[in-house]
Write a protein that binds this ligand. Structure first.
Ligand code: GDP
Ligand code: MG
Length: 440
């Protein structure tokens, strides 16, 4: 994939103290090929490579201390810029309802995305959306939206397949006004290719509904075609944002890079699966790190945040501040970490870790956590609450009880002490950082 190719491109200069002009040329050539092979639009690639080359040779990279790292950084920054720098939220209307119209080719994921978005707004904002079924060309399309509606408990407005879509939307908006829905989604029809008749219908719906948001849904797996599709829809409808779907699949990742550059319109969300929960806000910087394969620290933090329930985090912060964090809390933390999934997966999300050869020597056996827990289980309540009473004879007893060697017990108690000290420092000093990590 793209990530692999880019990493290969960087490999030649990685570890070099000095990057020559020839090295840089070769690296840029590899990056160019990697992007083209990933179906990134030709013009986008041309501009991208030029910008990176200018920046790389313009800065002191060639005599720099760690030139390879600087180039990686430049590539990362330019990838981010190409995709739009900042996450762009949904447009919202001053008065209800906010009207969101979908557009896109058949099978792109419009209906699924309507469900995902309605579901997200319901969860995040306790919103009360209405979904209008305006794809009348396939009876199954209406059934599909109705089923999605049942699944996420959101009402669907439909008038069957015999009424003109514009009329359906008009009636649907009346219904939303009656019911005081705060969001209205208009699920529209698609075709296999852009055609005039469909575009006219979408324009008519737009003119009637004055949507606050016209989202173009694009299948990330369509590669080069994604750009032509985006340009076609944008020219006719003046879209306000893009949803890139099927990023979970075996996509070559090029669409994310091309679309913003080709249309100037932001990618707002990405679909990463068929389920209703598989929708994420699009963050250009995170996508860039992912494409580069430098790990995604932010998603690690988010993952951590989700797992810590607010109250627990607050209690923990409290304990850290008062320095009363004990082995019982430690045990809780261990269990939480275990519930986040395999250690390897988590560690790989830390930048620089994914392909770090040193990692091969690091043991991340889930057994390690089990052993640590076994040691804590072998402690008495008093020992767990007051680790300072753990004298040598108590430690020997714990070693015997847990079946772990004494040096392991000692090491673990020492590590616990260091961790506790770090936590207290963090809670006194940089509180916000630690609380952020704990989701407090
Ligand atoms: P529409 O014709 O544009 O309304 O497309 P649909 O919403 O019916 O989606 C077409 C197919 O793509 C369905 O089988 C969806 O389950 C699937 N799909 C939609 N979004 C995603 C996604 O993000 N990932 C994956 N893997 N499949 C998706
Ligand atoms: Mg559909």
């Amino acid at each position: 994939g793209l990530t692999e190719r880019l990493q290969n491109a960087m490999k030649k200069i990685r570890g070099k103290g000095k990057v020559t002009d020839a090295d840089l040329r070769e690296t840029m050539r590899e990056i160019r090929l990697a992007l083209l092979e990933a179906d990134v639009n030709f013009d986008v690639v041309k501009n991208f490579v030029k910008t990176v080359r200018d920046r790389a040779s313009g800065t002191k990279v060639l005599e720099g201390l760690n030139p390879a790292q600087q180039i990686v950084k430049i590539v990362d920054e330019e990838l981010t810029k190409t995709m739009g720098e900042e996450a762009v939220p949904l447009n919202k209307s001053d008065k209800i309802p906010t009207i969101i119209m979908m557009s896109g080719l058949q099978g792109a994921g419009k209906t699924t995305t309507v469900g995902k978005l309605a579901n997200k707004l319901k969860t995040d904002e306790k919103a009360r959306p209405l979904m209008i079924a305006a794809d009348i060309y396939r009876p199954a399309a209406i059934d599909q939206l109705v089923q999605v509606g049942e699944q996420i408990d959101v009402p669907v407005f439909e008038m069957g397949t015999d009424v003109n879509p514009v009329e359906i939307v008009r009636k649907g908006l009346e219904k939303a006004a009656e019911d005081h829905n705060d969001y209205v989604f208009i699920d529209t029809a698609g075709r296999l290719q852009i055609d005039e008749q469909l575009m006219q219908e979408l324009s008519d719906i737009k003119e009637l509904a004055h949507p606050d948001e016209i989202l173009l849904v694009i299948d990330a797996m369509t590669g080069q075609n994604a750009v032509a599709t985006a340009e076609g829809f944008d020219k006719k409808l003046d879209i306000t944002g893009v949803v890139l779907t099927k990023l979970d699949g075996d996509t070559r990742g090029g669409a994310a890079l091309s679309i913003r550059a080709a249309t100037g319109k932001p990618i707002k969300f990405v679909g990463q699966g068929e389920k209703m929960a598989d929708l994420d806000v699009f963050h250009p910087d995170r996508m860039a790190s992912r494409i580069l394969g430098m790990g995604d620290m932010l998603s690690l933090i988010e993952k951590t945040q989700k797992k810590f329930d607010d109250k627990q985090a607050q209690e923990l912060t409290e304990k850290m501040r008062e320095n009363t964090f004990d082995f019982n809390d430690f045990l809780d933390q261990m269990t939480q970490i275990q519930s986040m999934g395999p250690m390897e997966d988590l560690i790989k999300m830390i930048p620089g870790m994914a392909n770090n050869p040193a990692l091969k020597n690091v043991q991340m056996d889930p057994k390690d956590i089990e052993h640590t827990k076994a040691v804590v289980y072998s402690m008495t309540t008093a020992e767990r609450e007051r680790p300072e009473i753990l004298n040598p004879s108590r430690r020997r007893r714990i070693a015997a009880g847990s079946g772990r060697p004494i040096h392991e017990v000692n090491r673990m108690i020492k590590q616990f002490g260091e961790m506790k000290k770090m936590m207290q420092q963090a809670s006194n000093g940089n509180m916000s950082g630690m609380e952020g990590l704990m989701g407090g």
